[in-house]
Design a protein around this ligand. Sequence first.
Ligand code: FMN
Length: 353
Amino acid sequence: MAGNPLHTPLCDALGCEFPIIQTAMGWVSTSDLVSASISAGAFGFLAAAVMTPEECETEIKAIKAKTDKPFGVNIHAFQKGIDRIIDMCLDYDVAALSYGRGPSAKIIDKVKAAGIKCVPTIGSAKHAPKAVKLGADILVCQGQEGGGHTGYTPTWLLLAQVLDKNLGVPVIACGGFKDGRGLAAALTFGADGIAMGTRFMMTSDSPTPNATKAKYLESEVTKIPVSKKLDGMPQRMVLNPLLEDLEKSSRLGMLARGFSNGMKYKSQTGMSMIETVKTAWAMASKTDMTLGQTMMAGNAPVIIQKAMVEGKPDEGVLPSGQIAGLIDDLPNCRDLITQIMSEAQDRLKAVSQ
Ligand SMILES: Cc1cc2nc3c(=O)[nH]c(=O)nc-3n(C[C@H](O)[C@H](O)[C@H](O)COP(=O)(O)O)c2cc1C
C-alpha cells in the first residue's frame, strides 16, 4: 500500500501483511505458534533447528493444513539431517530460511535458486556485510537484550551500526520488542520492521506449559542475565535456582555436573556415558571450552526441555529476552498483533502532528 509507513519492504519480501517477524524458538515456535502468528498477519519461523527431518515435515504439514499464508523455517548449519530439511523447504514451497551461524554457500545457493529468502540473525555489526555477501535478503539484528543466544551490543546501537553500512537489504530490529511503541520507534529509526521472540512465546498460542509461563510472568528485567555456563555460548535466561547454581560452579563443579547430567539424561540424549565423554573431549579440544562445559553443552537441550516442554521450570532453564520483565499478560497472537499495529499507528500519527 503506497504511502502507508506500516507497509515496508519486509512485507513485500516475505509476503506478510505487517512488518513483524515471529522468530524461531526451540520447542516454542511449533506449528501451533507459527500458524497463529502468520494467520494474524505476521511472518513466522518454525524452529526446525531442534527437530528431526521427520518432525519438521509433520510440523510443516500441520501449518499448511491450517493456513495458506507464507512462513519460514529456522535451521542450524550443523544439525543432523540438514540436507533433508533443506530439500523439504523446496518441496513444500517454504518462503524463507533463517539461521545464525551461516550454512554452507552450497545450501544458500540452492535455496536462493528456488526463490527462498535468506534471513540470518546477526548479533554483531561486523557480521552484517559477511551475511549479505553470503546471500542474506533480509538482516535481523538482535541486540544484547534479546533472548536465547545473544551478543554484546545493545539493540539500538547495533541497529545504528548496521543501518549506517547501507547494505541494500531490509534491516529488522530485534531484541527487547513487545509493542507498537517499539515498532514505531524501529521504523522511525530506519528499520523495516521488528522481530520478536519472547513476546510471541508469552501468548496463549505458544505451546510453552503454563507453569513455565508463570515463571516468565514473574521475572524482572534485571534478573534475566546472560550466562555462558549452559553451553559455553552467551545465552540470556531467567534467573532461577538452577542458573544461580550453575553460575557459582567452578571448573571442577562444572565437570562433576556434566558427568552427573550425562548419567541422569543418557536415555534422553541417546548417548552412553563413554560416548558423551568422547564427544565432549573432541569438542573441548577444538574450542576454548573446558571439558565440563562441553559435557554440559551436550545436555543443554534436555535441560531446556525440562522447563519448556515438560513444564518443570525449576528443573530446567528458561531462555528469555529481558523484555519478559515488562510482560504481564498472555494474549493470543491475533489480539497482540492488532494491538501492536494500532499502537504503532497512533505513535506515528502523534509524532507527525
Ligand atoms: C525460549 C527461546 C528459545 C529460542 N530458541 C532459538 C532457536 O532455536 N533458534 C534461534 O535462532 N533463536 C532462538 N531464540 C532467539 C529468538 O529467536 C529471538 O532471536 C530472540 O528471542 C529475540 O529477542 P526477544 O526475545 O527480546 O524478542 C530463542 C529465544 C527464546 C526466548
